[in-house]
Design a protein around this ligand. Structure first.
Ligand SMILES: Cc1ncc(C[n+]2csc(CCOP(=O)(O)OP(=O)(O)O)c2C)c(N)n1
Length: 902
């Protein structure tokens, strides 16, 4: 009976949550500061109401302080309403608990822009919400539940690697029934059970409706209802399944004579469509007739009920029965190995006039309906967010539970601070600038191979850092390696089935993290020593998380691991290796990671058409202009080392604001590494400097976004405006830029070669923030107009004369879509052309494919000539008063100077 009392109490509070949530949405849609033409605000009262009992059972009966929750986006007001009653609201991103008045104010600010820092709620769960710390952000359906499950994996990993995390965290997700058709969820199902994530529970709000209306799954084709399909698919993927189909009334009826028949009919005979239509019809007589037509034996139980009671039983779904929900959720925590799927049958629009109505997804109640909802719960329309008065059972219960949750949250904050402090202490010695890649061993190498070597080194250092954990006692870290230790200990690699083909075998060998599997190859003596040992285990030296071909899963996982600093103060440094072309498979997940401020690295390799023999469909490389991302593309091996080291350093020191998502693109085309120093030393800027000094300056430029590989400034005969062109090259295109520059030199033209290491830093979002400082001041690329002293002939236009005036043009070359670098001319204010991949590619040798795409040395050479020619025919008009003597304007046509290729 105690259980029933608890359920009844939570049920009453759920009713209040329904009132608050409905009112929140209504207020958001009835503001007095709307401007003509403003978009509609919207909100989803019906969608909130279908899950109000589920979320009430979770927040009020089951959730523990360390639990994290992903909820379907449109239900966020329900969560806020419950947390408001629990007093569980804090300053956005802060730790001070809001007073009741402050929290009450926030309840009227759903979907509002915070003008002066006052707390507001985003439309969907967001980290900046006053209760944002327990929820995964939502908005894009199908992704948060997956991130939630990989956060469970990150906690397990942390525990198995002897870091401090909360012991008892559980990871809950609520999703819509249409949401459960998202491929991302299907993709993740087997992963959760294979990884034995027993602390994961997914709950489907099975209301048989979606945005467009009533869902109409084909019962013939599916061989049953969609709920039965969900059960089968989940069981097939190793999940425990609990159907919460029936409420108390139904269960009582099932106990009676004929009850088992009634149960069978309700569970199996109706299609979702018919069931939903009968719900909407709300006519007990029609339902009785239909039930009896389906099985005459139902009459035995139905005959004891009047039509109203028949309807009551028919509509008594378990997803609105708090007692049933509490039981299911508590049961879901019992299996330590398998995740659980709860399918909670509900009614969309519960408690609203739009009950079960097909158009209710974003229908708003009228003011009259709203007022009666508010008043029916004993509230006045003037003070709709009044809390339960203090002497009520509800109030006492909420106060006690709220205090427990707040205290638990404070312990979590303390745990997080403890962890952060530990890492701060450990990193006091500072982190080195490079991982010390010895280039002598790599005369001719590609960046992908270098990544594999660096990964191996990082993993080796990480494992040697705590020999007592990993058993690698014989190996003691010295010098720079010792300084890398604390950061390397936080590195883990992951890949969606492309680890060995992207050269990270050494990081994988006997280091696959996962539930222990017997090593059959070893036992049978058939181990191929050239291949990594892949049997998983959960020893502290396991560092690689292996994925099937499921880029989206891996992307969600890298984001979840990279968020561990914010959850529990563990600055994990997850690195995902993926074929660059397939990053787009997981753009939505990538965006989620970036939006959420996760810190992670994606190595996109191989990338672009440079992977020429493989290149027909694998070729295109995109610009990813998302906020908070930085994309790097090294050309030489040492750049890979600099970039990765800098990334790790910034991450460890929490110095990566606005760029915490890192993508590093690599290739499998090898280049002679000695060429780099040969070219650098020819720069006048570096005359008399040692190699170390030259490298230090180059590193610094490279980490700002680009460096001069060929720098003719200061050479005799170097005449900007006459014979100079700047060639900006990204990543592997360096070879083509060099070839073009060398050929131009034979024509007496100076083609500077600037290796762009990161478009984002040089001309993208991150450069925009500092007004393109490095491009303009650092590299000195400008739009200076050079007026040349010609033969004295001046074209007369009265008070004005016109002269030849020229700027230094730019040619950019990228192995990827033009957008990666094609704004540079506009930023600098000079004529420019970007050579890029503009066609679907073909297989071939790089030399053929680059030629086909128009990005080879010849194309760069030609573009440079074209740009110089076009620049040469530009005229400037100057007032005679300002002019002493100047050059004659050109009446040449650009085509004459550099005839276009036919
Ligand atoms: C990836 C994605 N696609 C589309 C939407 C827009 N959208 C939001 S809710 C919704 C319908 C959800 O239906 P269901 O999952 O059944 O949840 P319900 O509201 O019915 O409980 C849609 C299409 C979205 N938010 N995310």
């Amino acid at each position: 009976m105690k259980d029933q009392r608890e359920a009844d109490l939570i049920d009453r509070i759920a009713r209040r949550a329904f009132v608050y949530a409905t009112r929140m949405i209504w207020e958001a849609n009835h503001r007095d500061d709307v401007q003509p033409g403003d978009p509609k605000v919207g909100g989803h009262p019906a969608s909130c109401s279908s899950c109000v009992h589920i979320m009430s059972a979770l927040h009020l009966g089951v959730r523990r302080p360390a639990d994290l929750i992903a909820v379907k986006p449109h239900a966020s007001p329900t969560d806020h309403a419950l947390n408001y009653m629990l007093g569980f609201m804090h300053e956005p991103h802060g730790r001070r608990w809001l007073s009741t008045d402050e929290a009450r104010g926030a309840m009227s600010r759903l979907r509002k822009f915070s003008q002066n820092g006052e707390p507001v709620f985003q439309s969907y769960h967001a980290e900046s919400d006053p209760d944002g710390n327990i929820f995964f952000p939502s908005g894009s359906v199908g992704i948060p539940p997956v991130v939630s499950m990989y956060t469970s994996l990150a906690y397990s990993y942390a525990k198995d690697h002897l870091f401090e995390v909360p012991e008892d965290a559980h990871f809950w997700s609520l999703m819509g029934d249409s949401e459960f058709r998202e491929g991302s969820l299907m993709e993740a199902l087997p992963d959760a059970s294979e990884r034995e994530l027993g602390n994961v529970t997914w709950i489907v709000d099975y209301n048989r409706q979606n945005l467009d209306g009533t869902r109409i799954p084909n019962m013939r084709g599916l061989r049953g209802t969609d709920a039965a399909r969900m059960e089968r698919v989940s069981v097939a993927n190793g999940w425990d399944v609990i159907q919460v189909a029936h409420g108390r009334k139904r269960k009582a009826a099932f106990q009676q004579d004929g009850g088992s028949t009634l149960r069978k009919v309700l569970e199996d005979a109706f299609s979702d469509y018919e069931f939903q239509s009968l719900l909407l019809k709300r006519d007990g007589a029609v339902i009785r007739e239909r039930l009896m037509a389906l099985d005459r034996n139902t009459e035995r139980v139905l005959s004891k009920m009047d039509d109203t009671e028949v309807y009551g039983v028919f509509a008594d779904l378990g997803g609105h029965d708090v007692g049933e929900l509490l039981n299911a959720m508590r049961r879901s925590k019992l299996d330590p190995i398998n995740p659980t799927m709860i399918i909670a049958h509900t009614i969309k629009g519960w408690g609203l006039e739009s009950y079960a109505s097909p158009g209710n997804h974003n229908a708003l109640p009228s003011e009259g309906e709203l007022d009666s909802i508010v008043e029916s719960d004993g509230l006045s329309t003037d003070a709709p967010f009044e809390l339960f008065s203090e002497d009520t059972e509800e109030s006492k219960f909420l106060a006690e539970r709220g205090a427990m949750l707040r205290a638990g949250q404070e312990e979590l904050w303390a745990l997080k601070d403890r962890n952060l402090k530990k890492f701060e202490e450990a990193g006091k010695a500072g982190l080195p600038q490079t991982l010390g890649l010895n280039l002598k061993y790599y005369p001719m190498v590609h960046t992908q191979y270098v990544w594999g070597q660096l990964a191996a080194k990082l993993i080796r250092i990480g494992n040697a850092y705590h020999p007592e954990k990993t058993g690698e006692g014989e190996y003691e870290l010295q010098g720079d390696e010792a300084r890398w230790g604390p950061a390397a200990d936080l590195v883990m690699t992951m890949a969606p089935d492309v680890g060995t083909s992207t050269n990270i075998n050494p990081a994988m060998d006997d280091k696959i993290y996962g539930p222990d599997q017997h090593d059959h190859e070893e036992q049978l003596g058939i181990r191929d020593r050239r291949r990594p040992q892949l049997a998983p285990h959960d020893e502290p030296w396991s560092r690689h998380i292996r994925f099937e071909i499921a880029e989206a899963n891996c992307m969600s996982a890298v984001g979840a691991f990279g968020k561990m600093r914010d959850h529990v103060g563990l600055p994990f440094f997850p690195i995902m290796t993926v074929y660059d072309f397939f990053i787009k498979r997981a753009f939505d997940q990538l965006y989620y990671n970036l939006y959420w401020g996760s810190s992670f690295v994606v190595i996109g390799t191989p990338s672009g058409v440079t992977l020429a023999p493989e290149g027909a469909q694998h070729s295109w490389k995109s610009d990813i202009g998302m906020p908070n991302v930085i994309i790097w593309e090294p050309f030489y091996a040492i750049e890979m080392d600099w970039i990765l080291s800098e990334t790790l350093r910034r991450h460890y020191l929490d110095d990566n604001k606005g760029r915490s998502g890192v993508i590093i693109r690599a290739v499998t085309r090898a280049y002679p590494q000695a060429e780099m120093m040969k070219r650098l030393t020819q720069s006048k800027r570096f005359e008399g400097q040692s190699e170390d000094e030259i490298l230090a300056a180059t590193r610094s430029d490279a980490l700002e976004g680009g460096y001069y590989l060929v720098d003719y400034r200061g050479y005799e005969g170097y005449e900007p405006g006459e014979n100079v062109v700047n060639i900006l090259t990204l990543g592997a295109m360096g070879s083509e830029a060099l070839a073009a520059s060398d050929r131009l030199r034979e024509d007496g033209i100076y083609g500077n070669v600037i290796c762009v290491t990161s478009g984002d830093l040089l001309v993208g979002n991150l450069a925009h923030d500092n007004h393109y400082r490095h491009l303009k001041q650092g590299l000195g690329i400008n739009a200076d107009l050079h007026l040349s002293q010609g033969d004295g002939a001046v074209s007369d236009r009265g008070d004005f004369v016109s002269l030849a005036g020229r700027r230094v043009p730019i040619v950019a070359v990228v192995d990827g879509e033009p957008g990666i670098l094609d704004n540079v001319g506009g930023i600098v204010g000079v004529r420019s052309e970007t050579l890029a991949v503009r066609k679907a590619s073909k297989c071939g040798r790089p030399v053929d494919v680059f030629g086909y795409q128009g990005i080879d040395g010849n194309a760069v050479y030609d573009a440079c000539g074209r740009m110089l020619a076009q620049t040469a025919v530009e005229n400037v008009v100057v007032s005679r008063a300002l002019l002493g003597q100047a050059a004659a304007p050109s009446d040449m046509q650009a085509e004459e100077l550099w005839p276009p290729k036919r």
